[in-house]
Design a protein around this ligand. Structure first.
Ligand code: SF4
Length: 432
């Protein structure tokens, strides 16, 4: 693993504060992890991220069509363009490059001109705004704004407490940055010393603790294989919270095997009702046997009336689906093919997202498109190596190691076959 660790940390960016709140190891790996260690983002998650970027462009177009936008190939160019724009007193600057580029960095979505004063080093001073493709303003958005404000203060020698965030419904929410200053400073106090920690010290001070976000984390290949080798990962069981885990560990119940052997009274003592205890035992038994379990029991006939499908894409235009394929037939994708779509369909990730978008508003009660990726994410739990179709296929197939996942040539197996295999495996587990 050490060959994937850089000797010098990357500059601190605005996302690091939110990441620090979520997982200290992740913040450390963001500083020191080599690109080659990063797991791929599954196409359906990438699609959602791209939607966020398109949203940002739409907002810029809608609110600031005349604004100056900073564009450049590298940090030095973008920084120089930003400072020039500030000197000129541009009323609105988009994608402003902040920081020194070595230890600090950040790109502020929106700068709004507040003051013109020749006493100021740049002659002008700006307040900040952000665009977020989320339903509401989160604490991490505000800590990010405070980080930008601290870097902006270095350039313009002035700060403003008022700021705003434009959220998913395109509403502009006014915020006061002082409201989160306490959390921000606490985060910064914990975050910056991570830059001095070695890989070994990280392991001692911040051991891996499984959390829901691990299966989606870009550094999961640095953590999940190690967790798989430990027995003491009770944190994977959804019904157990941190308080339960501490209480169980105090009684030497450190992993699923020990948990199954522990007396029922122990669970009553930590607040489980009899029903909750039975559900917990069911979850742990399934997990122990299969390597994954169900958060909620899915109806065993759930998949029975769904038709698995994949979309085939144009060789020249890989973004453009040209046909829908099932085990029985291939349907060319033209809007005139509407009647062919009546029924219940199940696809994976991007295929399902695309068909959902296409058929949206056609006829609610005649077409249903289920995304297996969502079903797995919401209903199943386990130390999955990730939620990409490939990763889950290999996990369900043989629980192989990450190295095999990367190297095994069979990973090119047809997506429809993998999808069917996943459905079959989950169905079998439901009947067990
Ligand atoms: S996989 Fe989990 S523990 Fe590891 S860095 Fe990511 S969130 Fe943190």
């Amino acid at each position: 693993m050490k060959e994937y660790i850089k000797s010098r940390p990357k500059p601190t960016n605005g996302h690091q504060l939110g990441t620090f709140l979520q997982c200290k190891r992740k913040a450390w790996l963001n500083y020191f992890g080599h690109e080659a260690l990063k797991a791929d983002t599954p196409p359906h998650q990438q699609h959602l991220m791209d939607e966020g970027l398109r949203f940002e462009d739409d907002i810029f177009e809608m609110y600031y069509p005349e604004a100056y936008e900073v564009k450049g190939d590298n940090f030095a160019i973008r920084k120089a363009l930003t400072l020039d724009a500030m000197r000129r007193g541009e009323p609105v600057i988009l994608q402003a490059q902040l920081g020194d580029g070595t230890t600090t960095v950040g790109v502020a979505d929106i700068l709004i001109l507040e003051d013109t004063d020749e006493q100021l080093p740049l002659g002008h001073a700006y307040s900040l705004g952000e665009v977020k493709h989320s339903a509401q303003v989160a604490v991490s958005h505000l800590t990010q704004l405070l980080w930008y404000a601290s870097m902006l203060a270095v350039d313009q020698q002035k700060t403003y407490d008022h700021s705003f965030v434009i959220i998913k419904n395109k509403e502009q929410i006014k915020v006061q940055l002082t409201e989160v200053r306490g959390i921000y400073e606490e985060c910064l106090e914990g975050l910056l010393p991570l830059r001095d920690l070695s890989w070994e010290e990280l392991g001692e001070q911040h051991p891996i603790v499984y959390k829901k976000s691990c299966n989606k984390c870009q550094w999961r290949y640095a953590c999940i294989p190690e967790l798989m080798q430990q027995e003491n990962h009770l944190s994977v069981i959804p019904l157990l919270n941190a308080h339960h885990i501490m209480a169980l560990k105090a009684e030497n119940v450190n992993g699923p095997t020990a948990l199954l052997q522990a007396p029922a009274q122990l669970f009553a003592n930590i607040g489980f009702s009899f029903l909750e205890y039975r559900r917990l035992i069911f979850q742990v038994q399934t997990y122990h046997r299969l390597g994954f379990g169900f958060k909620e029991k899915i109806q065993s006939l759930y998949f029975g009336s769904l038709t698995p499908f994949v979309l085939d894409y144009d060789d020249q235009e890989p973004e453009r689906p040209i046909a829908l394929r099932t085990a029985e037939k291939t349907i060319p994708l033209e809007m005139t093919a509407y009647p062919e779509f009546v029924g219940r369909w199940i696809g994976y990730g991007l295929d399902a997202l695309r068909l959902q978008q296409w058929t949206k508003g056609w006829s609610d009660d005649q077409i249903e498109v289920v995304n297996l990726a969502e079903v797995i994410e919401k209903q199943l739990f386990g130390l999955f190596p990730g939620y990409a179709l490939n990763e889950l296929y290999y996990f369900f197939q043989q629980q192989i190691s990450i190295e095999q996942l990367v190297l095994d040539p069979d990973k090119d197996l047809d997506r429809l076959e993998k999808l069917n295999f996943l459905i079959q495996t989950i169905e079998e587990a439901l009947h067990d």
